[in-house]
Design a protein around this ligand. Structure first.
Ligand SMILES: *[C@@H]1O[C@H](CO)[C@@H](O)[C@H](O)[C@H]1NC(C)=O
Ligand SMILES: *[C@@H]1O[C@H](CO)[C@@H](O)[C@H](O)[C@H]1NC(C)=O
Ligand SMILES: *[C@@H]1O[C@H](CO)[C@@H](O)[C@H](O)[C@H]1NC(C)=O
Ligand SMILES: *[C@@H]1O[C@H](CO)[C@@H](O)[C@H](O)[C@H]1NC(C)=O
Ligand SMILES: *[C@@H]1O[C@H](CO)[C@@H](O)[C@H](O)[C@H]1NC(C)=O
Ligand SMILES: *[C@@H]1O[C@H](CO)[C@@H](O)[C@H](O)[C@H]1NC(C)=O
Ligand SMILES: *[C@@H]1O[C@H](CO)[C@@H](O)[C@H](O)[C@H]1NC(C)=O
Ligand SMILES: *[C@@H]1O[C@H](CO)[C@@H](O)[C@H](O)[C@H]1NC(C)=O
Ligand SMILES: *[C@@H]1O[C@H](CO)[C@@H](O)[C@H](O)[C@H]1NC(C)=O
Length: 441
């Protein structure tokens, strides 16, 4: 059930073409109308999956409509405020049946046996206007479950009472015009499973309680958050977490290890994170993507990284890491692309050399003697004599919280099929990296 939600959510993340409604008179037809596609498919979960749903009603004859006057009133107001509508949404917003408006989707409200507005999909509508007041609009949609408004010009403060939206479980406000502090009132909507605030200009802190929400997806990348990451990070049950391209400072919280049973992909890249990697990262037994590239992190790689058995894409590039690259890291069978370039590592063992020769481990621009494309001796010396900082909790760097089956001895005997080159492997298909691409506005 979790995955159904996720798939629908990620579909809308990438999709901006939802048509299918008749154009009312006076509404310009699209230049190349699509032929009608008739197919039966399972009922998508407009309301949170798991809720008991009554049979869906005919869209053209939906019976009594929940909160009709209120929804029509606020939609008229929004329509007046939209001065740019390149996809011709608002010209369909006529008449009394809001189920027929482009971008509006109805369903039977679970507790009412009456048709309600369950989903708004304005993804890619590119609405413009001086003030498209998101909060004022949504708070007048009491039955809303899914609100996707990627790439529009919504803005304005988000006030309290969002929690009155008792069904709201997916909120995508990415690539809009929100600014200021993190909209803490969205935390009142405690049933949110999908929160996407990327590509706005929020700054300041991310509240501790964000990580207590029962989310699958949490995207806050590409804002201006510039404080430390709350110590509650590890409370998140999210599978996909992106904090990339902000100005987060301080350390990666030790609590991250608490997400061991859920976290699949996490992106911290391009922030101003400092300090050393907590060994607790090694508990993330399900993680496939871990990216801290482009920060100010230092210290060695904890030996616990040899426990990241599912790791496919590991990026530690462009930091100030040093020490020996753990051989157990290079023995991870699922490793596809491990980038440790632009650091100050000094040693690699035979397994890691093998991975380098298969183009699966990148150690360019380090301080490893005998390898090509390393930093100059002067730069390495300068770092080790004046800039190198040691780590607190030094003894934790040798903790290995798992059983590492293979020793380098036995592996050296194994044939090359155990060590395919990067081109011989199936490339991973990470979910989070696509969240870093700005949708064109
Ligand atoms: C919207 O309507 C205008 C005419 O008013 C038309 O030129 C344009 O192609 C339409 N755009 C879409 C995406 O249908
Ligand atoms: C829905 O209602 C319209 C108008 O009342 C009717 O023409 C149409 O056949 C109905 N469709 C279904 C699937 O019942
Ligand atoms: C829901 O409403 C319809 C008529 O709109 C009625 O036929 C049906 O019996 C109702 N279902 C329940 C469970 O009340
Ligand atoms: C979108 O909002 C920005 C300000 O936040 C404004 O400068 C811009 O003109 C708006 N775009 C449109 C199409 O109204
Ligand atoms: C529409 O614009 C007015 C004037 O700026 C603003 O007060 C109102 O909140 C806006 N409403 C919506 C739904 O955008
Ligand atoms: C969350 O959903 C449950 C039903 O699944 C509901 O009982 C609860 O009131 C909702 N939470 C909020 C804050 O509305
Ligand atoms: C991070 O901070 C620097 C300097 O304080 C600033 O130039 C940069 O724009 C900020 N980045 C983001 C994503 O806000
Ligand atoms: C964080 O960003 C805000 C807005 O850009 C700025 O006013 C504030 O000084 C920044 N704080 C830090 C600690 O950089
Ligand atoms: C490997 O990962 C690094 C860092 O994310 C990236 O820059 C590079 O393009 C990737 N290489 C391949 C072959 O995918």
């Amino acid at each position: 059930m979790m995955f159904r939600t996720l798939i629908s959510a990620l579909f809308f993340l990438c999709s901006n073409s939802l048509h299918g409604l008749a154009q009312p008179a006076g509404c310009p037809l699209p230049p190349h109308p699509n032929p009608a596609i008739h197919r039966t498919r399972p009922r998508p979960p407009l309301y949170p999956p798991g809720l008991h749903l009554m049979p869906r009603r005919n869209k053209t004859d939906p019976g009594p409509l929940s909160n009709r006057a209120r929804i029509l009133f606020i939609t008229k107001e929004l329509k007046r405020n939209i001065t740019y509508d390149p996809q011709n949404y608002t010209c369909t917003w006529v008449g009394n049946n809001y189920c027929l408006f482009k971008g509006f989707f109805c369903d039977t409200v679970p507790d009412l046996n009456i048709t309600g507005l369950a989903r708004i999909t304005f993804t890619g509508a590119r609405f413009g206007g001086t003030f498209l007041n998101f909060y004022r609009f949504i708070r007048n949609l009491p039955d809303i479950a899914i609100f996707h408004a990627n790439s529009n010009n919504f803005s304005g403060p988000i006030n309290k009472n969002l929690k009155q939206l008792r069904y709201l479980y997916e909120l995508d406000l990415s690539n809009n015009k929100f600014l200021g502090q993190f909209p803490a009132f969205i935390l009142g909507a405690t049933n949110l499973t999908f929160v996407d605030l990327r590509f706005n200009t929020y700054a300041g802190i991310v509240p501790r309680r964000l990580f207590d929400l029962d989310t699958n997806v949490l995207f806050v990348n590409n804002n201006g958050f510039n404080q430390t990451i709350p110590a509650t990070l590890g409370n998140t049950p999210a599978l996909y977490l992106t904090l990339a391209n902000n100005n987060f400072t301080g350390e990666i919280p030790h609590s991250i290890g608490q997400a061991w049973n859920t976290l699949l992909e996490v992106l911290f890249l391009n922030n101003r994170l400092s300090g050393c990697l907590p060994y607790e990262i090694g508990y993330l037994q399900k993680a496939r993507v871990f990216d801290v590239g482009g920060n100010l992190l230092t210290g060695p790689i904890p030996q616990s990284f040899g426990c990241l058995f599912k790791m496919e894409l590991l990026n530690l590039a462009h930091n100030q890491f040093y020490g020996t690259i753990p051989e157990s890291l290079c023995g991870l069978k699922n490793g596809y692309n491990f980038s440790l370039s632009y650091n100050f590592f000094t040693e690699v063992g035979p397994l890691c050399r093998k991975l380098i020769s298969k183009a699966r481990l990148d150690v360019r621009k380090n301080c490893i003697s005998g390898l090509r494309e390393q930093k100059s001796a002067a730069e390495c010396n300068r770092f080790f004599t004046t800039q190198r900082r040691s780590c607190p909790r030094e003894s934790t760097f040798s903790i290995v919280p798992c059983k590492i089956g293979t020793t380098s001895n036995s592996l050296e005997e194994e044939e090359d099929e155990v060590f395919p080159t990067i081109d011989e492997m199936t490339p991973p298909s990470p979910v989070t990296y696509s969240a870093l691409t700005k949708p064109h506005h």
